[in-house]
Design a protein around this ligand. Structure first.
Ligand SMILES: CC(C)(COP(=O)(O)OP(=O)(O)OC[C@H]1O[C@@H](n2cnc3c(N)ncnc32)[C@H](O)[C@@H]1OP(=O)(O)O)[C@@H](O)C(=O)NCCC(=O)NCCS
Length: 214
């Protein structure tokens, strides 16, 4: 841990939390605890708090940093909003191997995982996830609570609304807008604007009638 830096509490104890804890520790930070129901499998090497309320209390009582590591976009965004509203510390998290332009902006509680990139003049809202090896090129706008999944690419000046999933390996072409609450299927190539709440898949991406999840 950097000298004098507070430790971190990670809200969430599932698969995404494992990745975020790894990112924090590889960057030299100390993770004090995770919170929530831990799935079966490899046991946690840090304390596991019963729930998010316990995490809020620990962060407030000890002046720790918090990060919300929950894959579901609405739940992650809601918890980050609540932490910010309570005046708790929710700084962005950037992996040691990620590259983030100093001329970009990351919102509170945003996470940029290993080998990901955020280019200059891009603006990311609160609670955004730029997952492993994903790329947000220059001049992009990414709305709060959106998830750019592993290996997905937003090319220059692409815009993605709030609470959207850009699936793994998808590409959003330069200047194209994807609406809020939309889902871009894994591997899709988005060549034209996507409406709010719309799900698109394929190359070139085309509409599917019903939405999906992670
Ligand atoms: C697009 C997506 C949301 C659809 O999920 P769903 O509604 O549960 O869809 P289903 O799995 O029931 O599949 C429905 C149909 O769409 C097809 N389909 C699903 N995902 C597809 C994709 N990414 N590209 C092309 N076709 C796809 C299926 O083959 C199936 O076709 P069929 O009706 O001809 O059999 C999902 O498949 C997806 O790509 N999610 C992104 C996952 C991801 O990257 N998560 C990040 C985790 S870190």
């Amino acid at each position: 841990m950097t000298s004098g830096e507070p430790g971190w509490v990670v809200l969430g104890a599932g698969g995404h939390a494992r990745s975020v804890v790894d990112v924090l520790e590889r960057a030299g930070h100390t993770v004090v605890a995770v919170s929530g129901a831990a799935p079966a499998g490899e046991p946690w090497h840090v304390d596991v708090l019963a729930d998010d309320r316990a995490a809020f209390e620990l962060v407030a009582a000890q002046g720790l940093h918090a990060v919300v590591a929950i894959g579901a976009n609405p739940a992650r965004a809601r918890l980050v909003r609540e932490l910010v509203a309570r005046g708790l510390s929710v700084p962005p998290v950037v992996a040691a191997t990620a590259t983030v332009s100093p001329r970009s902006l990351l919102g509170a509680g945003s996470v940029v995982l290993e080998h990901a990139h955020v280019g200059p003049a891009s603006r990311l809202g609160d609670a955004v996830v730029v997952n492993t090896a994903a790329v947000v090129e220059h001049d992009c706008i990414v709305g709060a609570g959106t998830h750019v999944a592993p290996g997905a690419v937003l090319l220059g000046a692409a815009t993605v609304g709030e609470g959207t999933l850009v699936g793994s390996g998808a590409r959003v072409l330069p200047g194209v807008t994807v609406g809020a609450g939309a889902t871009v299927g894994a591997g899709a190539v988005v060549t034209a604007h996507v409406a709010d709440g719309e799900t698109v898949v394929g190359v070139p991406a085309a509409t599917r009638p019903t939405g999906g999840t992670a």
